[in-house]
Design a protein around this ligand. Sequence first.
Ligand SMILES: [Zn+2]
Length: 68
Amino acid sequence: MEESLYYCPICDKDTLHDLLGENNDNVSIQCTICHTKTVAEPENYHNYEEVSMEWDSEIKSILDSWEE
Ligand SMILES: [Zn+2]
């Protein structure tokens, strides 16, 4: 099953979610930790990891600049 990072309000953090189903308007996903089912917008879901990775590299470059 396809798994991807998404924010889980129950766990209150980013967790792996199983993709249960998908159509043009929404994706239904399930937290692999607390098994809460959530409906997300496909755009948000598919871009989530990408966005947080960009954010990570931004933080990393800030940290890197501090080390100098
Ligand atoms: Zn959860």
